[in-house]
Design a protein. Structure first.
Length: 737
């Protein structure tokens, strides 16, 4: 038996490495990869599968040609090695879409046959050229063709990065990895030169950096921007329904929303939640003062602000109603993944192989261009960030959070100067330059390696290197806390000024004469007393987040025996710290907005709680962490998005608002408290009471059904804020009729 030589194994490593990458994808089965494969199957486009499988076969043949220039080919062994990438892909497809096993099986048969035939042809050519010492001719020709193909494809991607990438679709992965494997095989033709060249490339990658700063614009001279104190007061006084709260002696609800990170599923969650509430409650947009986005949550907040859902009018209160109008989900189903993968695996890889010369845009820029191409009528995306907000409008102030690589702190990009940045640096503020809203959002969404850090110029010769906002904390609650404290600081200042009978220099209102109060209770008539021109507000916090169990181990007697790993423990600690910081920030935010009476909402849901979380089920719904999601997944998310009429705790027939509000505070149990609430109500038919989810509907997945109920009840409690008069007939929801 012949023992393979060291060089024999080395020259075959490129094919083996590519196969191992595909095998890792099969083993770990990332939700995003499975999702893309399922989308391709549902679309029924044969070209998508050809573009996915054919490159693995073609590059295997290229490897064989390269190998023939250095080593004699072994028909059986090399056929098996050449077929390994296709075999791993076949397993991956079978795992994602079991019904398609026949398709990868055919591709595998074709691949094996092609490899066997190529080995026979290449072996014959090698023997014929041996006397002239030209055994490597086939290898050189294959290397030339690979380089030419890479150059042509890169040129096409530079010319049209979005269109070409989306046409390739699934093929961006197999083409990109195939090119990397082929380039490694080419470098092995000259091992010493190849090692030196790769060392130079790594040095360039380590010490070079991004030479493409985020594109900047010059702000409109007529748009001077707003500082956060003046901006809030202008916004508050411009609310079309402010007088209705004044007359009802209720504080005006000021809603702050945060959307945590998580790629496309976080973007979908925040966009759907905000759009659903705007559809159910027409006055929701004009009460939403600011949205804070982290990573993917920033993209959802951006899409909501750019969509027609946020383009309401400042008007008098209108009744909330069950959601009947459809939500436009098209912005969520576009293929943002292929452009960024093509840029990473093909264009940026070419940059890596050309030391100290950068031709490819970074991944964040590509994502912004893709969003613009798929939503050409949404001019809001390319509007300078500082010009996206006006105090008289209904679009919320955009606040996107990133992480400053230089100091590890938050870096806030806000359409209102200084908003949410008491303990962090912000941009654009009073800077002479600005950036487009979508560029700002994607600065917050800089996934490690998939999209490089952003280089932002904040002044003449002054730059910041900014990473994904989730590095600092993934919920956005820390920034919301800053905003809450800023609003309370305005109130304290105005009240102190009123006591001293001074005067303020605010152009919009004299706070010394018209002080601002932040009330802890929405329903407390005894606390809220509108006197003269004074103003009362109630801060409501809407965190849009994944549903996670308690992360703190507050039971010392509970037995735990976690695994310990020398290599992985530091990485696991950093990742878990990121999530726990977000959860801790949410807890602090809840305690701040809920007041001293019930900071942990022990008594249950109520409008007075001020904390109205909206959850999704990332694990149960198998939502992908990436930049593409199927319409089917969007529909699944919609089923648990603000289904107010699914709340089983809503009163069937409340005698008055007070009793109904007390009902919302009761937790779910075996008793039916509606009996006490309806004993004095007029007799009505059972058909007037909308049922909650039936047992059959929830038996398949109890946690998803639970989240639908929780979201419905939380959003129902939030909807109470739009009924300052306490009129039980203010809503067109059967529970409240």
């Amino acid at each position: 038996m012949t023992i393979p030589s060291k060089n024999s194994v080395l020259f075959r490593m490129p094919m083996i490495i590519v196969a191992l990458v595909y095998a890792a994808l099969y083993w770990f089965a990332p939700a995003q990869i499975l999702e893309v494969l399922q989308i391709a199957w549902l679309d029924g486009r044969t070209t998508a599968w050809v573009l996915f499988l054919a490159p693995a076969c073609i590059f295997a043949l290229a490897h064989l040609a390269l190998l023939s220039g250095k080593q004699p080919l072994h028909p059986v062994a090399d056929t098996i090695i050449a077929a390994l990438p296709l075999g791993a892909l076949a397993g991956l497809i079978g795992r994602a879409v079991p019904d398609t096993l026949w398709l990868p099986a055919i591709a595998l048969i074709v691949g094996v046959a092609s490899a066997w035939a190529s080995i026979r042809v290449l072996s014959v050519l090698r023997v014929r050229r041996a006397p002239a010492g030209r055994q490597a001719v086939s290898a050189y020709r294959a290397a030339f063709l690979v380089i030419i193909f890479w150059a042509i494809l890169s040129g096409l991607l530079l010319w049209s990065p979005i269109t070409v990438a989306t046409m390739l679709g699934l093929g961006t992965v197999t083409i990109g990895l195939g090119l990397w494997g082929a380039m490694l095989g080419i470098l092995l033709l000259w091992p010493r030169i190849g090692v030196a060249y790769l060392a130079l490339c790594f040095a360039a990658a380590l010490f070079g950096g991004n030479t493409h700063p985020v594109p900047q614009t010059t702000p409109n001279a007529s748009s001077s921007g707003f500082e956060h104190k003046d901006a809030f007061l202008r916004w508050l006084l411009a609310r079309g329904d402010l007088d209705q709260y004044r007359k009802s002696n209720r504080p005006y609800p000021v809603i702050l929303a945060s959307a945590e990170g998580g790629g496309i599923y976080a973007a979908a969650h925040s966009y759907l939640t905000l759009s659903a509430m705007a559809t159910s409650c027409p006055n929701f947009p004009q009460h939403l003062f600011a949205t804070v986005g982290i990573s993917g949550g920033s993209i959802g907040s951006l899409l909501y602000a750019a969509s027609p859902a946020s383009q309401g009018t400042n008007e008098a209160l209108k009744s909330c109603a069950p959601r009947t109008a459809p939500i436009d989900t098209a912005p969520l189903t576009n293929d943002l993944l292929s452009p960024v993968l093509a840029n990473l695996l093909i264009l940026q890889s070419l940059d890596f192989l050309m030391p100290f010369w950068q031709v490819a845009p970074d991944g964040g820029e590509i994502l912004a261009r893709a969003l613009e191409k798929f939503n050409p009528d949404w001019h809001f995306l390319t509007t300078p960030l500082g010009e996206t907000w006006t105090p008289t409008g209904t679009k919320p102030a955009q606040v996107y959070v990133s992480t400053d690589m230089g100091n590890g702190n938050r870096f806030v990009l806000s359409s209102v100067a200084g908003l949410g940045s008491d303990t962090a640096e912000s941009y654009p503020g009073v800077a002479a330059t600005d950036i487009a809203a979508d560029r700002a959002a994607f600065i917050s969404a800089r996934f490690p390696w998939l999209t490089s850090t952003a280089r932002l110029q904040i002044g003449d010769g002054n730059y910041r290197i900014l990473a994904d906002g989730g590095y600092f904390e993934n919920s956005g609650a820390d920034t919301v806390i800053d905003i809450v404290q800023q609003l309370k600081a305005i109130a304290v200042y105005s009240q102190d000024c009123a006591k001293s009978e001074g005067a303020t220099d605010f152009s919009v209102v004299d706070l010394c004469k018209c002080p601002l109060y932040v009330d802890d209770i929405f329903t407390g008539h005894e606390q809220t007393v509108w006197q003269g021109c004074s103003m009362h507000i109630f801060i409501a916090y809407l965190p849009i987040q994944d549903f996670r169990p308690q992360v703190f181990n507050d039971n010392p007697t509970e037995k735990t025996d976690p695994r310990q790993n020398y290599l992985l423990d530091p990485i696991s600690t950093m990742l878990n710290t990121r999530l726990t910081r977000g959860t801790s920030a949410l807890t602090r935010a809840r305690r701040i907005v809920s007041g001293l009476e019930d900071p942990d909402n022990v008594t249950g849901l109520s409008a007075d709680g001020g904390y109205f979380p909206h959850f999704t089920a990332v694990s149960d719904l198998q939502l992908p962490l990436g930049w593409r999601m199927s319409p089917a997944k969007i529909e699944q998310m919609l089923k648990i998005t603000a289904p107010i009429d699914a709340c089983e705790r809503l009163p069937g027939k409340a005698e008055d608002w007070r009793k109904a509000e007390e009902y919302l505070k009761k937790s779910m149990d075996d008793e039916d408290p509606t009996e006490t609430l309806t004993s004095n109500a007029p007799e009505q038919g059972a058909q007037d009471i909308a049922p909650g989810p039936s047992e059959d509907e929830t038996s398949d997945d109890s946690e998803i059904a639970f989240l639908a109920t929780e979201n419905g009840c939380n959003m129902a409690a939030l909807a109470w804020l739009f009924n300052p008069s306490g009129d039980r007939n203010a809503y067109a929801i059967p529970y409240w009729d």
